[in-house]
Design a protein around this ligand. Sequence first.
Ligand code: 7TS
Length: 425
Amino acid sequence: MKVIDQNKSHLKSENSLLSVDNIRKDFPILDRMINGHKLVYLDNAATTQKPQTVIDAITSYYAGFNANVHRGLHTLAEEATSAMEKTRDKTAAFIGGVKREEIVFTRNATESINLVVSSWGKKNIKQGDRIVITQMEHHANLVPWIMLAKETGAELEYIPIDQNGYLNLSNINNIITPKTKIVALTHMSNVLGTINPVAEIISLAHKNNALVLIDGAQSVPHMPVDVKTLDADFYVFSAHKMLGPTGVGVLYAREEILNEMEPVIFGGEMINEVRFDFADWAELPMKFEAGTPNIADLVAFAPALDYLNKIGMDKIRQHEIEITTYGLEELRKLDFIKIFGPDNVLDRGGVISFVDDKIHSHDLSQYLDSKGVAVRAGHHCAQPLVKLLGVTSTSRASFYIYNTNDEVDQLVEALKAARRYFVNG
Ligand code: 7TS
């Protein structure tokens, strides 16, 4: 049986820059050849690759201590429960040291938002109340609120974006008002890369007695986040965008809010006592985690958090600023490429959406794939935003800890080659 060896990692933490060459050795997939070229993986906003420690942890669980959690008293059940609950402690520590009871595990960020909408939203939002979101939301933080507004008769109001890809806060006092019950917004846009001033918006919302949900799917993986300092009421993210396995999402919410919320999925694991005509709920966070959880992937999320902690989120952010600076500089040299989002790299994460003025982004992305370069094309699950940008789709390069400036060069060379192939050929 392979065991999880924390010391196996080849990370150097003493440098100010990441030791990317060593980091890359921990990611077996990065050695893959795609269409005769070494893989250049620039689709990290969709999902990141996994280090060997995470891959090994899944095998370790199934080979070594596979059992159901929270119910057995035998050794395997205790080991499985302890490993899964260790992940909860590490998750609570990772976002600023919140209480373990405040961490609810779901399948993904989408499910975390749906849980808030179905439970807190249906109980607290009434006709005439206002729900505020922004024009740059991923569908995960848009569609559930549209549905809630329809169902309750609440108003759905949008914070607009400006020409440069920032939230336009000039009219914010007329948008967030005493009628507002919830403000839900992304910390970092998955299309524009914009990092939003969430602390300022949370403070304004709280002055109006509104709660705030922050969609951290693109921020928690890429920069230090302390939900207590931000004073967020709800904060959601997905493990698979931060080196962890798919099938694990996180909902952080303040304990007193979770205590007031009703569960939306009922069954085993989430009860305190059940009689033939009665049931009441387990303590937090179990009342929101009915049924057998995704144990293997929850166990394997822990080494992902260890990996990020070992590097340090400050250094990860610094690395992404550097590679994004280089990416923006190099792409700006191509006069046929239009880039979306803020000009100032400090206001954005490692995401660059762009269009070629003659080649459709789907054709372009397919061509890039023929050169081994993986980027995403499409509306990035933010259809209304992409429409506002005046296009139907964009190509998007998104970076993570293992990406290099050389890979940016390969993207740029492939973009030039696409031009020769489609336009000047
Ligand atoms: N919120 C944001 C800001 C996201 O970028 C995503 C996924 C989600 C929520 C949903 O995450 P999930 O894990 O529940 O699916 N974004 C992307 C993307 O940009 N490309 O693929 C998935």
